[in-house]
Design a protein around this ligand. Structure first.
Ligand code: SF4
Ligand code: SF4
Length: 180
C-alpha cells in the first residue's frame, strides 16, 4: 500500500506553569462557535483546565477520542505530593462524566488542532496562553495513504457538524443518497 508523508501536530503541556486563567478555553470555544467568534462558552472548549484552587492544581487537558463505555476501575496518582485521580488526565469523552461533550447536543468534542490553521501556524490555545504552558510541535511521519485520508475525512466531518449541526448533516446525506 502507498505511503505518504503526513504532518503530525502535537502540544506538550507544562502544567507547572499553568495559573488557571482559562484563556485557552475561551478562545477555543469562541473559535468553535457558530458563527465563528460569535459567542464564548468554555463548556464547548476542546481544552479544559482541571481546577482545584485549594490544592493549587491546574491541569489543562485536550479532548481526545470518544469512548462508549467507562473504565472498570479508578486509579490515582501522587505527583509532587499532590494526589490526582486517573480521570484528571483522561482525554476521552465518556459516559461517566460531562467533560468534552457539546452542551446542547451532547455530541463528543475532540481537539482538531484548529483544523484549518496552515503549517507553522500555532493553534489558538497555544497563541493565547501567555505562560508558555502549551508548547506546539510539528513533525512529518510516513503513514498509509488510506489512514491519512480517513483522518482528514473525520476532521472535515467534525467541522461540518460544528458548522451546520448533526441533524442538518444527516438530512443532507440522506437526501443525497436518495438521488439517482
Ligand atoms: S491559557 Fe495557559 S495558563 Fe491559562 S489556563 Fe490555559 S494553559 Fe493555563
Ligand atoms: S488546538 Fe485548537 S481545537 Fe485544540 S484545544 Fe487548542 S484551540 Fe481548541
Amino acid at each position: 500500500m502507498a505511503k505518504i508523508k503526513k504532518m503530525i501536530k502535537s502540544i506538550k503541556v507544562d502544567a507547572d506553569k499553568c495559573n488557571g486563567c482559562r484563556s485557552c478555553e475561551i478562545i477555543c470555544s469562541s473559535y468553535h462557535a457558530t458563527p465563528k467568534y460569535n459567542s464564548v462558552n468554555p463548556a464547548r472548549s476542546r481544552i479544559q483546565v482541571i481546577r482545584d484552587q485549594m490544592r493549587n492544581i491546574w491541569v489543562p487537558v485536550f479532548a481526545g477520542e470518544y469512548t462508549p463505555s467507562e473504565c472498570m476501575g479508578r486509579e490515582s496518582y501522587i505527583i509532587d505530593g499532590k494526589e490526582y485521580s486517573e480521570c484528571t488526565f483522561c482525554r476521552a469523552s465518556c459516559p461517566a462524566r460531562d467533560r468534552f461533550k457539546e452542551p446542547d447536543s451532547g455530541l463528543p468534542l475532540r481537539c482538531d488542532m484548529c483544523e484549518d490553521q496552515g503549517p507553522g501556524e500555532k493553534p489558538l490555545c497555544v497563541q493565547w496562553c501567555y505562560n508558555d504552558v502549551l508548547i506546539y510541535e510539528e513533525r512529518e511521519e510516513e503513514v498509509e495513504e488510506d489512514e491519512a485520508k480517513l483522518g482528514n475525512m473525520e476532521t472535515s466531518l467534525e467541522s461540518l457538524v460544528d458548522k451546520f449541526g448533526l441533524q442538518k448533516l444527516v438530512d443532507t446525506v440522506v437526501r443525497m443518497s436518495q438521488k439517482d
